[in-house]
Write a protein that binds this ligand. Sequence first.
Ligand SMILES: Cc1ncc(COP(=O)(O)O)c(C=O)c1O
Length: 365
Amino acid sequence: MNEIPIIDLKKQYESIQDELDEALKRVFSKGIYILGDQVDALEKEFAKYCNASHAVGVASGTDALTLSLLSCDVKAGDEVIAPSHTAVATIAAIEMTGAKPVLVDIDIERYTLDPNQVEKAITEKTRAIIPVHLYGCSADLTSILQVARQKNIFVIEDCAQAHGAKFQGQRAGTGGDMAAFSFYPTKNLGAFGDGGMVITNNSSLAEKCKRLRQYGWKNRYISEVKGMNSRLDELHAAMLRVKLKYLDAWNQLRRDLANLYIELLQNTEIILPMQPNDCEHVFHQFVIRHPKRDALKDFLYQKGIHTLIHYPVPVHLQPAYKNLGYAKGSLPNTEKVADEVLSLPMYPELTEEQVKFVCECIVGF
Ligand SMILES: Cc1ncc(COP(=O)(O)O)c(C=O)c1O
């Protein structure tokens, strides 16, 4: 068997090359590259796909989070609750606003925010909560939304890994006040460079976000508020519009491959990902756990199977975030998971034979 990469973006491009090339040509022949009709159309199509009222195209997932927080007036002196078991970007976005990240532990089976820990962490200063729908599985939002409503706290969903996922039948990103998506190339819906999107059902938050992404302009050259430059490019928007049409089919292929992995690894000592009843998982990553994770990773690498660790060091133990003051041992589920998780190859173009080979090797280990 040839090497099995963790993801193969070339294969995806080749599968829809003609459509993508046509989309690019249309942008080039029009000659408009920033905030034109492609971004406008993608915003409408993505909002419709998510069943949200508004979508705002921005330059990255990190910016989508930062702009959402700023739209909710999160600022220095405020606290924002988030998991430590996430991409560092989630926490970087909080720090960009000047607010203090308050990191809490995860549910050990779902790998997302533990609602009980969230409730315990709320103080007078809590302004927002960021549930991260990690690996493509929605966080359990029911009680988080309930307590947030009671206490006037914003809920901003980090959907960077959850395009098309559902929680209780609704698309991820529509339960809270705002949601942030990343179009980083490896995401379930990925651009050919950086990109992101904010969605919301609140028209005044959407309006604020639109101003903030472009120098605080309401009308050209007149800054009503202090903003930044975080725009989505027309070229990316044009290609994302092509890819959006395939998202559901690609997510279904991911689920089928995940179910095959689960079937073939059923009677091993591997801890398999759960698919909670209230969630339609989109398997951005297929993540297993094993107490000898590093040895398993090396073993698979020797067989030509590439894997990754999402994430080896939780944010609260990262050198850059020492200032937050968390000691080792303070978030036990998060730390255990960081020592044991391993992401196996997962992308819609992965074949059943490749999955079978990966599983045979794991069983051999
Ligand atoms: C959970 C999560 N949040 C935020 C981000 C940030 O997205 P971007 O890389 O587009 O800034 C990522 C991307 O890696 C992510 O996985």
